[in-house]
Design a protein around this ligand. Structure first.
Ligand SMILES: [Zn+2]
Length: 336
């Protein structure tokens, strides 16, 4: 069984992105513009036409059984529009992901985005989280630790600002992938810099805080291989030690997990050497972040199963942990 814990709906029909554009265009012309809830006419065929030659074809070719599927990450754009447009946008994106999962129930399982907005308390996203989990069977949530879009104007994730959301996630028993979205800061390219910096940043926030003392059952996945964390594991162990914190193992590793969206063999070799196997979840983030073929290998950069198969650091039993067992444990609502 191979579960990809990190896939986005990047092949959405044009009507969805047109709705978002109309929202944002309306606000650009008139800041008091009040958008209506999305009421899109999209046929099943239109969904199939774009999904079949992309995510579904690649699942088949690469041997992925099921993908944990969420709305396009850069599309969340929490820093764009206003609170109300963001709410309607999250609703329609989550509804579309649910629809895809209903059409392909063996291939996709849904994870939601939240209607976050910079400066607005995360607790205001709870109704949408509850709707997704309780009414629509979602098994996890993508939480943007920086809804300002690379300006980092909201408090760190260990701040009480976030606590109502963490309480609700524990109550609902859903893990959160800490996944940033687009960047409005020209210093940070979204997938190349903001994503990787965001992953690294939240890990350091967790070292500095004591979040899991208050939430021993809260579970986070740090995507994109944990950003710079595995490569700099010694730095983080040393910083924790200098600050008189418990070891990373005691402090964080019952609650924090890393995915395998690292797009070359030496990166996965490093990760599987330094991060305990129980904390690694298989993922590819296809189709989206990096689309090309690596001329050094002849395979797509995001064909990450090859790197897990190819690393000398995992036994057969450990590969099974990475490919499915860890994910089934972290996403406790996932029943296959
Ligand atoms: Zn992603």
């Amino acid at each position: 069984m191979i579960i990809d814990c990190h896939g986005h709906y990047t092949t959405e029909p044009a009507q969805l992105t047109e709705y978002r554009k109309a929202q944002l265009d309306g606000l650009a012309v008139d800041p008091s513009f009040l958008p209506s809830r999305a009421d899109l006419s999209i046929s099943d065929d239109e969904i199939r036409e774009r999904l079949e030659p992309a995510q579904l074809k690649l699942q088949r070719e690469r041997g992925t059984d099921v993908t944990i599927f969420s709305p396009r990450a850069v599309g969340m754009g929490h820093h764009l529009g206003n609170e109300q447009t963001g709410y309607y946008w999250a609703e329609i994106c989550n509804n579309m992901v649910r629809r895809v999962c209903d059409m392909y129930p063996d291939k996709f399982v849904p994870v939601c985005q939240l209607p976050q907005f910079p400066g607005v308390e995360p607790k205001k996203t709870i109704p949408e989280l509850e709707r997704c989990v309780n009414e629509m069977g979602f098994i996890g949530v993508n939480v943007n630790p920086d809804p300002s879009g690379a300006m980092w104007t909201d408090p760190p994730i260990t701040d009480k600002w976030w606590y109502p959301l963490w309480e609700k996630m524990v109550e609902l028993d859903v893990p959160g992938m800490l996944h940033v979205s687009g960047s409005c800061n020209p210093n940070f390219h979204h997938t190349g810099a903001h994503y990787i910096a965001g992953d690294t940043t939240v890990f350091m926030q967790l070292i500095l805080g004591d979040l899991f003392k208050d939430f021993p059952n809260l579970k986070f996945i740090i995507p994109h291989g944990g950003g710079a964390v595995p490569f700099h594991w010694g730095r983080y162990r040393g910083l924790a030690q200098d600050m008189g914190k418990p070891t990373l193992d005691e402090h964080l590793l019952d609650n924090v997990f890393f995915d395998t969206c690292v797009y070359h063999q030496p990166g996965i070799d490093c990760m599987t050497k330094v991060i305990p196997t129980k904390n690694i979840l298989f993922a590819s983030e296809m189709v989206g972040a990096v689309r090309g073929i690596d001329p050094e290998t002849g395979f797509n950069y995001d064909d990450t199963k090859r790197y897990i198969d190819g690393t000398p650091n995992l036994s057969t039993a450990e590969r099974e942990q990475v490919f499915s067992e860890n994910t089934l444990r972290v996403f406790s609502r996932l029943k296959l």
